[in-house]
Ligand binder design. Structure first.
Ligand code: HEC
Length: 145
């Protein structure tokens, strides 16, 4: 009988320990999304910039948001690599004095780790508009680097 009590107590302590771990894991936040519905990015992940964040943009700026900002936004790998390369302003939009022709050549041929962007993706007219927009910088970028 006494043995049973001791065993029971040990079991209760062990179970309580497990429950504590489970509670601690849940306390970490909404880490475990239910299988149903889209999980979304983990909390704290930088959100990609899309037209939704910059409604109302037009012309070269809109094309830049569509085709370039995934890599050249504040958290983009293009911005990161340009920062590592020591550019005074790694955000292309916030940089002044970028010649349009340099932008066009870089985008068409690729540059360093940036892949070439073919005409099937961005037409000459569209790239010209993007280059004119960037060359007219520096632009004030909301929520920039
Ligand atoms: C797939 C990601 C990606 C996309 C999309 C992208 N870029 Fe880039 N871009 C990069 C990376 C990475 C670099 C840095 C290259 C290096 O130095 O290795 C770069 C560098 C550049 C540079 C050179 C800047 C400098 O100071 O040397 C220009 C100009 C540029 N990109 C323009 C554009 C334009 C315009 C677009 C849209 C039409 C665009 N990029 C889209 C990744 C991208």
């Amino acid at each position: 009988m006494r043995k049973a009590v001791v065993f029971g107590t040990a079991l209760a302590v062990a179970l309580a320990g497990c429950a504590g771990v489970a509670v601690a894991q849940n306390a970490g936040g909404e880490a475990a999304p239910a299988a149903a519905g889209p999980a979304g990015p983990p909390p704290g992940m930088p959100q990609p910039i899309t037209m939704a964040q910059r409604p109302g943009v037009i012309g070269g700026e809109a094309l830049y948001v569509e085709y370039c900002i995934a890599c050249h936004g504040p958290n983009g790998m293009g911005t990161g690599l340009l920062q590592r390369a020591g550019r005074p302003e790694p955000l292309l939009e916030a940089r002044g004095g970028l010649p349009a022709q340099f932008i066009i050549t870089a985008a068409r041929n690729g540059i360093g780790n940036m892949p070439a962007i073919p005409r099937g993706e961005v037409s000459d007219e569209q790239l010209q508009a993007i280059a004119d927009y960037l060359a007219a910088g520096p632009h004030a970028v909301a929520g920039g680097a």
